[in-house]
Write a protein that binds this ligand. Structure first.
Ligand code: SAM
Length: 277
């Protein structure tokens, strides 16, 4: 690898615990960047010590990003500017997307150096379907907004992945069980670190377990997609049909209920005619 980096923005993923996960390419870019934008200089200084480098750093976080960004954009026209977060992949529940957006708008090269990401690592541990998943980051802290955010994704046919903290875990699992139904889930914790674990079970069983003692460390929750909906019962169909018949002629009522409950239209029409007798 040549030591000289082209000018531009380099998005560099860093370890989420085990420093051995820093890729050689990530180390190379960090060693040769003109400046590294970091969330917390003390955290990244630890990583630099690990690979034996010293590079200029500039803090780039939620509280100063708007002020710092224009200077970084200007510099990446003539130098290599790297972006890291405290751990994992920048931009994933971390700052950075506006830097990428503005870098592109200014015509600068944007290069990614992929690597660890807690959400993806958790999916590999959970033993739940991975063909479709939805990452929902951190849920809102306030109870009402949190319940609303969960209700919003309840019908989505995908595995859900979310970040959570130990003290809030049990309440979040209980709310997930209430709003999503008691699905299978996994609580993954301290991934790539000494006490890495993945505990699986239903949401309610996991909620009960963690209500006894809040776990320490960093956590990702993975929740199974909704199961196949149970077919509507005869009673459900009759109730829906009776209600629809108060508004619609039999054929339209049968059509509406068939669509809503995924039932056979002709059978419902016959039933509607019986009910009308
Ligand atoms: N950008 C990071 C990434 O790529 O995963 C995520 C940053 S977000 C601010 C931090 C959250 O990620 C933590 O609160 C935790 O939920 C999750 N996390 C980070 N490292 C983790 C680890 N080693 N084990 C489990 N979860 C982790």
């Amino acid at each position: 690898m040549s030591d000289v980096l082209m000018p531009g923005l380099y998005i560099v993923a860093t370890p989420i615990g085990n420093l051995g996960d820093l890729s050689p390419r990530a180390a190379h870019v960090l060693s040769n960047a003109a400046i590294v934008a970091v969330e917390d200089t003390r955290v990244t200084a630890g990583l630099f010590r690990h690979i034996g480098i010293k590079r200029p750093m500039i803090a780039y976080h939620d509280h100063n990003a708007d002020r710092v960004r224009p200077g970084l954009i200007e510099r990446m026209g003539r130098e290599a500017v790297a972006l890291v977060s405290d751990a994992g992949t920048p931009l994933i529940s971390d700052p950075g997307y506006k830097l990428v957006r503005d870098a592109r708008a200014a015509g600068h090269a944007v290069v990614t150096i992929p690597g660890p990401c807690a959400a993806i690592a958790a999916l590999t541990l959970a033993g739940l379907p991975t063909d479709r998943f939805l990452f929902i980051g951190f849920l809102p802290a306030k109870a009402g907004a949190k319940a609303e955010a969960i209700a919003e994704v309840a019908a989505i046919r995908a595995t859900l992945v979310l970040y959570e903290s130990g003290p809030r875990l049990a309440a979040t699992l209980a709310l997930l069980a209430e709003k999503l139904g008691d699905r299978e889930a996994a609580v993954t914790r301290e991934i790539t670190k000494k006490f890495e674990e993945a505990v699986t079970g239903t949401l309610s069983a996991l909620a009960a377990r963690y209500a006894e003692a809040a776990p320490k460390g960093e956590i990702v929750v993975v929740v199974a997609p909704p199961g196949e909906a149970a077919p509507a019962s005869v009673e459900d169909a009759d109730t829906a049909l009776a209600e629809a018949l108060t508004r619609l002629p039999a054929s339209k009522a049968a059509g509406e209920v068939a669509k809503r409950l995924n039932l056979d239209r002709r059978e419902l029409y016959a039933r509607a005619m019986e009910m009308k007798k």
